[in-house]
Design a protein around this ligand. Structure first.
Ligand code: DP6
Length: 367
């Protein structure tokens, strides 16, 4: 099977105006990627769920440059406004890609990006942004070089490119459960790119819901990038490697037999371990807030009293993801509204679910 672009007219000789658009999801990791080395290679394998609504749509337009093609020329707009901080980051990223994508120097690149979730939520998803950019770049690469890849090769390449922009973005080029990083418990796994994690047909994890409880929408005081680098000299580095390998193995076994309690326990352990590592690092890594802890306590109490299958996970910030199954959605939402929204900033939350993965939005080739 060929990639999405194979059906489109490709005319490498006269690509004056090209536009491509991809929508890519955010993802939430159950097994956390924390620490990296080399060229964006993870210190451990991770496993995440790609979301549905929480996503980024990016359009990339290219115009052939007249001048000498020595530098990357680009502009980046976010919700219609120039976003210079990110523009700078993307320029650096694309510069590192020019040895393998030399055509990037021949064009003026214009990115128009929007997030499908409110700005006010403060969830800056580098995963969805970088994945959308990577998908656009690989599509353009196919058009310009005229080399259509198979669908599998296409997404693998996009995952590799996304990884170079942001590690977790490598997982956002697929839907459902996705793993990234080499591990003996993940067949055909690689540090270079992510892969779909295969669930058995009856698994309840095919469709899960994620309510994202916004405890704070402020910008994080510690970027993930800085957080990862703290792991290089972390006193618990060795222990973390052993712990995360055990957690991943136990989680894959629990998923295989639908052992919900175990899935919940491991996922919560991973989230709290991430924060324990942050808090015990050589930086101010206290990113949890009092309301985060109130929410955790409420979730655990409600789980005990209701017997429902819900659990939390948290990324490197104060906001809480409440993961639960679709068939219990009504009861969980009622609980959220009654007990958790008082701990959320302005009562904000996002109601999302696992998604199918990225979507090609536009593919236009003007000659
Ligand atoms: C805590 O992918 O944002 O969300 O590779 O430096 O861009 P960079 O880091 P990033 O790290 C995400 C860390 C995490 C856990 C996870 O998503 O696995």
């Amino acid at each position: 099977m060929k990639s999405n672009l194979s059906s489109v007219k490709s005319n490498p000789g006269s690509n004056d105006g090209i536009q491509i658009g991809w929508n890519a999801p955010a993802n939430i990791a159950l097994i956390k990627y924390w620490g990296k080395h080399g060229n964006q290679l993870p210190d451990n394998a991770s496993l995440s769920i790609s979301l549905d609504k929480t996503s980024t749509t990016t359009f990339l337009s290219l115009q052939k440059k007249n001048g000498s093609p020595n530098d990357i020329t680009l502009e980046y707009f976010f919700h219609g406004e120039k976003f210079e901080k990110f523009e700078h980051k993307i320029a650096q990223f694309l510069t590192t890609l020019t040895p393998e994508m030399p055509f990037l120097l021949d064009y003026g690149l214009s990115f128009q990006s929007t997030n499908n979730f409110p700005h006010s939520a403060g969830i800056a998803s580098s995963a969805s942004s970088m994945a959308a950019i990577a998908l656009c770049l690989v599509s353009i690469e196919e058009l310009i070089t005229g080399n259509a890849r198979t669908k599998e090769e296409y997404f693998r390449r996009a995952s590799c490119i996304a990884r170079l922009g942001s590690g977790s973005a490598s997982r956002s080029v697929y839907g459902g459960l996705v793993s990234w990083g080499n591990s003996p418990v993940l067949p055909l796994s690689s540090d270079q790119f992510a892969s779909r994690f295969t669930l058995h047909s009856e698994s309840r994890l095919h469709r899960v819901r994620d309510i994202i409880l916004i405890v704070s929408s402020s910008e994080k005081k510690l970027s993930s990038r800085d957080g990862h680098s703290l792991m290089r000299s972390h006193p618990y580095r060795k222990g973390r490697k052993i712990q995360v390998a055990n957690n991943l193995k136990a989680l894959t076994e629990a998923i295989a037999i639908d052992n919900y309690r175990e899935i919940a326990a491991i996922s919560e352990n991973e989230a709290l371990s991430l924060h324990a590592l942050l808090m015990t690092s050589q930086a101010d890594g206290l990113l949890l807030q009092p309301d985060t802890l109130h929410i955790i306590r409420e979730i655990r109490q409600f789980r005990e009293s209701s017997g429902l299958d819900l659990f939390f996970t948290i990324d490197a910030g104060p906001n809480v993801h409440l993961i639960h199954y679709e068939d219990q959605q009504e009861q969980v939402l009622a609980f959220v509204k009654k007990k958790l929204l008082p701990y959320c900033e302005n009562g904000q939350y996002l109601d999302d679910q696992s998604g199918e993965g990225p979507k090609l939005v536009i593919n236009q080739f003007n000659d």
